[in-house]
Design a protein around this ligand. Structure first.
Ligand SMILES: Nc1ncnc2c1ncn2[C@@H]1O[C@H](COP(=O)(O)OP(=O)(O)OP(=O)(O)O)[C@@H](O)[C@H]1O
Ligand SMILES: O=C(O)C1=C[C@@H](O)[C@@H](O)[C@H](O)C1
Ligand SMILES: [Mg+2]
Length: 192
């Protein structure tokens, strides 16, 4: 059956800069990497940049200096990401909790908030160390943190995309379609 979506060459790009946000384990790093390949853009993962500039792994940074120091590194990395062009930026799970970070990211381009259920998040995060989930009841903690953070994720979102029970390539294609719609809406707004 013919698709109703406009025909576009695969090498056309709706944007040359975008950020992914959302809770731990929603897929920001994995989807970000695949999306960067799909759009022919560079890929930056702010968690990895914090690790590189601090010369520490994130759990070590939390343990030795505390979360506040990690957050300051993170904000500085976000600020530097604004200078980049041709980039997909995957943020950390708590990056958009700071209003200043939300404002910086949204001033530069679209911010796509990825979502997943607490069960999926638990399944995806249990094998890798995340300092904020290193407690007796990680699934309960995930629910609490999701509730506490929901309004900040909503405030950061140009739009949301669910990654629950979906193949990553399917998520990437939905993001690309929504980016075209986001761009067209913005251009229409400017013409008004
Ligand atoms: N759509 C998907 N389907 C199946 N597995 C996925 C999907 N997206 C991500 N994953 C897997 O879930 C795990 C966590 O994903 P990822 O590291 O991308 O999450 P994240 O949002 O970057 O988390 P964090 O905020 O902690 O950095 C990885 O093993 C990844 O391969
Ligand atoms: O949700 C969070 O606050 C975090 C998510 C990870 O991406 C890392 O940035 C770190 O473990 C903190
Ligand atoms: Mg990540």
């Amino acid at each position: 059956m013919a698709s109703s979506a406009p025909r576009r060459l695969r090498l056309e790009r709706p944007v040359t800069w975008l950020a992914l946000a959302g809770f731990m384990g929603t897929g920001k790093s994995r989807i970000g990497w695949e999306l960067s390949r799909r759009l022919g853009l560079n890929f930056i993962d702010t968690d990895r940049v914090v690790e590189r500039v601090s010369c520490m792994r994130i759990p070590e940074l939390f343990e030795l200096y505390g979360e506040a120091v990690f957050r300051d590194y993170e904000s500085e990395v976000v600020r530097r990401c604004l200078r980049l062009d041709e980039a997909v930026i995957s943020t950390g799970g708590g990056t958009v909790m700071r209003e200043a970070n939300r404002r910086m990211l949204l001033s530069r381009g679209p911010v796509i908030v990825l979502t997943a259920s607490p069960e999926t998040i638990y399944r995806r995060t249990r094998r890798h160390k995340r300092p904020l989930l290193e407690i007796g009841d990680p699934e309960g903690r995930i629910r609490e943190l999701l509730n506490a953070r929901q309004s900040a994720y909503d405030a950061a979102a140009s739009f949301h995309v669910s990654t629950d029970g979906r193949h990553s390539s399917d998520v990437v294609e939905e993001i690309v379609e929504k980016l075209w719609a986001w761009r067209e809406a913005r251009e229409a707004e400017r013409r008004r």
